[in-house]
Write a new protein. Structure first.
Length: 261
């Protein structure tokens, strides 16, 4: 792939994330419509508005690229490039005025993650990565933590809308709470993954995330020196249902627990 073309993809993803995040920040804790896609699965008008903004940027710059977006679904383009877009990860937080939400944008090239961007509007933190180029926070390189002891680690997870996955993860949450220094459940997977990439969290495990939730964060962690697998330690991709993302040093000790799930 041409280097300048690759750079233009990253530039477009970053600017789209910044613009969408700015819109979300502007309307945060204001009046906006909230509805439900499921019993506890919220969507706001800001999800839709932010996604429309991002889609407009992508379609203008790369009209022939494929797109998979949380609210709009997939387009019909068959392309070597596929964008995975979550315009507002942490919708429930956003709807309740809790400042833990992000914009997440990733790009696959020929089925492999190549570009990832996560923007946290309330902290004004822009995480970005391209395969082979490292991971960055507001332009400065970041690395995963060096924590190698599970009992001293800070972990993260989330709880799926799927009832069976929820029951399993409640058991795992209890298990890791007894083995680690702490476990955080923020309700924004993209932010959790970006925090692993920059060393604030040491590892995250998740059930049943959507590809647009996890794609950018997976690449960020790998480019920051971390490791991403399924619960059996096998290589995985954004569409897998059980994912462990860590600094690498904790991976094997966590897999000893996760393999039974």
């Amino acid at each position: 792939m041409d280097t300048s073309y690759r750079q233009s993809i990253l530039d477009t993803a970053q600017q789209a994330a910044l613009d969408a995040g700015g819109l979300l920040r502007q309307r945060f804790r204001s009046d906006f419509r909230v509805s439900k896609k499921g019993p506890i699965d919220f969507v706001t008008e800001m999800d839709v508005k932010a996604e429309e903004l991002i889609l407009g940027r992508v379609r203008e710059a790369f009209p022939d690229h494929g797109i998979l977006a949380e609210e709009a679904g997939a387009n019909s383009h068959h392309s070597a490039f596929n964008w995975l877009i979550d315009p507002l990860d942490g919708t429930t937080n956003y709807a309740h005025g809790i400042p833990a939400f992000c914009v997440s944008i990733a790009v696959e090239h020929e089925g492999r993650l190549d570009t990832g961007v996560i923007y946290d509007p309330t902290a004004d933190e822009l995480f970005s990565a391209q395969r082979g180029g490292g991971a960055f926070l507001n332009g400065a390189p970041v690395r995963v933590s060096e924590q190698g002891q599970l009992q001293e680690s800070l972990l993260g997870t989330g709880f799926s809308y799927d009832a069976e996955a929820l029951r399993l993860n409640l058991r795992l949450f209890e298990e890791f709470m007894t083995r680690a220094a702490g476990v955080r459940r923020v309700g924004c997977a993209a932010r959790d993954l970006s925090y692993v990439a920059c060393g604030r969290l040491d590892a995250v495990w998740e059930f049943y995330l959507k590809p647009w939730d996890v794609a950018a964060g997976m690449l960020l962690i790998e480019e920051a020196g971390g490791r991403v697998t399924d619960f059996q330690g096998r290589p995985c991709e954004p569409r897998d249902k059980r994912i462990l993302l860590s600094n690498g040093r904790l991976h094997d000790s966590m897999l000893e627990v996760l393999r039974d799930f």
